[in-house]
Design a binder for this molecule. Structure first.
Ligand code: NDP
Length: 445
């Protein structure tokens, strides 16, 4: 495999899709050696077939606001690869959504889902709709219109979407309601469902819990734990609140959280009633970071800055892609940070990752570290198929085991001669091998 040549060809075919090209390059570079040791992959054109999605749906989503004005957004679903199971991946509603971002997320999802050990292929979808400051009825009308187009192409055994940025329990509810009406079926076609209608316990906090379970394993490799450590966290969405809760439970102190306009630093720690307060604010669809600094004492708000300038032991970026750059990484390293573990997808830039790994700091890529979300979605699918519900403890134990297994796989494939674990390499190789072998078994399709 010639990675540079493949990327050049992809750039020609998909000019300007920078996030997608960034994600493909990162994966190809780290699996190059393994790939070249297995000539059967090259003969079967595995890479050429893997880097292009199986299919992409793009559609118009018209909806009306509360004043009766018409609006049109774009909707997408990218079915990337279903070699090991039905397409599976979240829906993102955010004004920045475009084909490049969804293709990067869909591509990463293939390996993440493979890592969970559960039978799920890779997909992603969403819209450039901005749910911020929209009323509940506007969001409902948008979701219904979105599903009116999407429902033909999804199904419990075909493609099972879930939440992501801008898509939480409320949106999944509206999407599911419309699907059910159109398909006249009550099936596990979406995950992240409400507990009364097919959802799984632990799913709302699963991604965050999983990130902490993964980071705990990473810390274990250097004889450390969360107890007594300070944690910088970014975002405060679906992922971040579970992280804050679990890290606190394990004895750490979470001292920051952030939004698009800056971050708050709360040296006393963000836990208990403060997390509850943030969750209430989130439900109102308003800005949550700045009001936090008015609500609690001795809290600093840093406008237009990243939390990575604060001296902490552990950094957990949980907001969005490319939110931690090389300068941020350098500050964390200079401040003695032990571990950087990604809750978000691709939050660290390639330059940041390079400097983190050069300094042999523990670095957990999102594809492994945040796989607990989709892992628990897989557990929701299993419960739906069996028409049974597991208890909170049963789901949490399974999630914990999944994260331990992912860590073990990363360690197996990523341990370097000097003992440093290259988790990027470990995650990419172990995720890739399973999918590539399944593609080999199934012929050229
Ligand atoms: P949410 O929309 O629930 O939360 C995102 C959070 O990040 C919000 O608090 C948001 O603030 C904040 N934010 C957005 N943009 C920025 C920015 N530029 N700088 C700082 N903060 C920002 O999304 P999720 O928690 O679902 O997703 C977060 C990340 O985790 C994404 O990368 C997603 O792909 C990934 N992920 C999510 C999973 C899930 O289960 N939900 C599973 C695996 C990965 P505000 O609300 O004010 O805009």
């Amino acid at each position: 495999m010639n990675v540079d040549q493949i990327i050049l060809n992809l750039e020609k075919k998909h000019p300007g899709e920078k996030e997608y090209l960034q994600a493909v390059k990162e994966v190809l570079e780290s699996i190059e050696e393994t790939y070249n040791e297995n000539p059967q992959f090259e003969t079967a054109g595995i890479i050429e077939r893997l880097v292009e999605p199986d299919r992409i749906f793009t559609f118009k989503v018209p909806w009306t606001d509360d004043e009766g004005n018409a609006h049109v957004n774009l909707g997408y679903r990218i079915q990337f690869n279903n070699a090991i199971g039905p397409y599976k991946g979240g829906l993102r509603f955010h004004p920045s959504v475009n084909l490049s971002i969804l293709k990067f997320l869909g591509f990463e999802q293939i390996f993440k889902n493979s890592l969970t050990t559960l039978p799920m292929g890779g997909a992603k979808g969403g819209s450039d709709f901005n749910p911020k400051a929209k009323s509940k009825s506007e969001i409902m009308r948008f979701c219904q219109s979105f599903m009116l187009e999407l429902w033909h192409n999804i199904g419990a055994e075909t493609d099972v979407p879930a939440g992501d940025i801008g898509v939480g329990g409320q949106e999944i509810g509206f999407l599911y309601g419309m699907y059910k009406k159109l398909a006249r079926k009550h099936t596990g076609v979406l995950t992240g469902k409400g507990l009364n209608w097919g959802g799984s316990l632990i799913r709302p906090e699963a991604t965050g819990f999983g990130v902490v379970y993964f980071a705990k394993e990473m810390l274990g490799t250097i004889g450390e734990t969360f107890k007594g450590k300070t944690v910088a966290l970014s975002g405060f969405g679906n992922v971040a609140w579970g992280v804050a809760q679990k890290a606190t439970e394990l004895g750490a102190k979470v001292v920051t959280l952030s939004g698009p306009d800056g971050f708050v630093y709360d040296p006393a720690g963000i836990s208990g009633e403060k997390i509850e307060y943030m969750l209430e604010l989130r439900a109102t669809n308003e800005d949550i970071v700045r009001p936090y600094s008015y609500e609690f004492e001795n809290v600093e708000f840093h406008q237009d800055k990243h939390p990575w300038e604060i001296k902490v032991d552990i950094a957990l970026p949980c907001a969005t892609q490319n939110e931690l750059d090389i300068e941020d990484a350098q500050k964390l390293i200079d401040n003695g940070c032990l571990c950087i573990c990604e809750g978000a997808n691709m939050p660290c830039t390639p330059e940041a990752i390079e400097v983190i790994q050069k300094h042999k700091i523990l670095y957990g890529p999102g594809k492994a570290a945040n796989a607990g979300g989709v892992g628990t979605s897989g557990l929701e699918m299993s419960q739906n198929s069996m028409k049974m519900n597991w208890t909170r403890k049963e789901v949490d134990d399974k999630l914990h085991q999944i994260m331990k297994d992912i860590h073990h796989a990363c360690k197996t494939h990523g341990t370097q001669k000097d003992g440093y674990i290259d988790y990027v390499k470990g995650a990419n190789i172990s995720g890739f091998i399973k999918v590539a072998n399944a593609m080999l078994d199934q012929g050229i399709v």
